[in-house]
Design a protein. Sequence first.
Length: 119
Amino acid sequence: MIQISRAVLPAIITAGIAIFALAPTAHAADMDAAKTLARANNCFKCHAVTRDKDGPGWKKVADKYRGKPDAEAKLMHHLTSGEMVKLADGSQVHHAIIKTDPANNTAQIKNLVDWILSL
């Protein structure tokens, strides 16, 4: 059995709490703000949370990117670049660029990405 000095134990506990508090978590997203931004940008026209429409359901997107270190960066680029996407019928269009208020608020877009990835 490992013995830990009583003098060291508070430091270990504090370090553990700090690591837990600072660790990025997908569930830290503000779901209401994310949904509001998605509605304002008409995202629900092509996406649903659990089912595919013209675009994939966001749960499917989260499953695709789960555990990938570049997931957030890829989705941030996807939502801000206007890149081409293939729709369910096989046609291709430019993905809408997410608009925020105030303009170009990356924190709002990151929150949307974090919410999608948390599904």
